[in-house]
Write a protein that binds this ligand. Structure first.
Ligand code: HEM
Ligand SMILES: N[C@@H](CC(=O)c1ccccc1NC=O)C(=O)O
Length: 285
């Protein structure tokens, strides 16, 4: 009878083992920088602060990729390459699902554990996440009142100031629709892109026409549904964040100075693409 042995798997002849003179896994990934970028400030160091830091840093790394892909999607839309834009959006949706799922790790931080080191955080808060703001801006939730928060960080300020002045992914999508001959209102095509998006009622009939006859523009119809997926996924992240906040600090005031849960709740009422929601009221009405 074959017995199970703990044993040791022999290394194959061809496996490389000498990286004294060439790039290896750690040097390619810059692991010396990445794995030495966690600096707990609690003294003595609290066991759970590493979790708190890594949860944020992994989210920020994923947000860096989200921004990279949304910039690419916007560029592909500007080049009328809708399918290539949708491939970038599809990747973003998977990233969003990943960062939403990882809330389950932070949810293992109990209120008592968090209270033991929350004090060392000072006024720092995720409210000051410039990559989160950048993703909100490129999707259309622009707010120039956010920029002063980043006066002390020129790189962050310039990133957000740039995105504030650029068209959003939705602008690029609607301009593509106009180039395809759809009656996108001029007020949209000529809008001040530094402003937050507000619903344009005259756009709804254009989208209703597509939703009532998808065969007239299947790729546009699919793109609309993908944008709604993107918004849903963003809201799911906001909701998981809100639930995590509620379970760790209840209804305390936030370190960033907000009312906390009630302030976060109001973000759930926002929508990046209001007309794509309103069209659902019209279809089948
Ligand atoms: C124990 C865990 C957490 C607590 C208690 C918490 C609490 C809060 C609170 C109270 C706010 C409102 C602003 C303020 O007054 O501070 C906030 C905002 C925010 N937090 Fe967290 N947070 C936690 C984890 C995270 C994590 C892991 C991230 C990931 C990056 C994050 C990202 C954000 C963002 C982006 C905002 C701004 C949201 C908005 O403006 O709507 N938070 N957080
Ligand atoms: N605003 C949070 C503090 C907090 O969560 C935080 C602090 C420093 C860096 C990131 C944070 N995450 C999200 O806000 C609180 O009120 O406890």
């Amino acid at each position: 009878m074959k017995t199970t042995t703990a044993g040791v798997r022999p290394l194959e002849e061809g496996i490389r083992t000498d990286f004294r003179e060439e790039m290896d896994y750690a040097s390619y990934l810059g692991l010396d920088q990445v794995l030495s970028a966690q600096h707990p400030v609690s003294r003595p160091e609290h066991h759970d602060e590493l979790l708190f830091i890594i949860q944020h840093q992994t989210t920020e790394l994923w947000l860096k990729l989200v921004l990279h892909e949304l910039r690419a999607a916007r560029a592909h839309l500007d080049e009328d390459d809708l399918l290539r834009a949708l491939k970038a959006v599809a990747r973003v949706k998977h990233i969003q699902r990943t960062i939403t799922e990882q809330w389950s790790v932070l949810a293992t931080l109990t209120p008592s554990e968090y209270a033991e080191f929350r004090g060392v955080l000072g006024s720092s808060s995720g409210f000051q996440s410039y990559q989160y703001r950048a993703v909100e801006f490129i999707l259309g939730n622009k707010n120039e009142k956010m920029l002063p928060v980043f006066r002390g960080n020129q790189e962050a300020y310039d990133l957000l100031d740039g995105l504030l002045r650029e068209p959003t992914v939705y602008d690029a999508f609607l301009r593509l629709l106009a180039r395809r001959g759809h009656a996108v209102p001029d007020e949209i095509l000529e809008r001040d892109v530094t402003e937050a998006w507000v619903e344009h009622p005259d756009l709804i009939p254009v989208l209703t026409g597509i939703y009532r006859d998808p065969s007239s523009a299947w790729d546009i119809y699919e793109a609309c549904e993908d944008l709604v997926d993107l918004e849903d996924a963003f809201q799911f992240w906001r909701f998981r964040h809100l639930r995590t906040v509620q379970r760790t600090i209840g209804f305390k005031t936030g370190t960033g100075g907000s009312s906390g849960v009630d302030f976060l709740k109001r973000a759930l009422d926002l929508t990046f693409f209001p007309e794509l929601i309103s069209v659902r009221t019209e279809v089948g009405a």
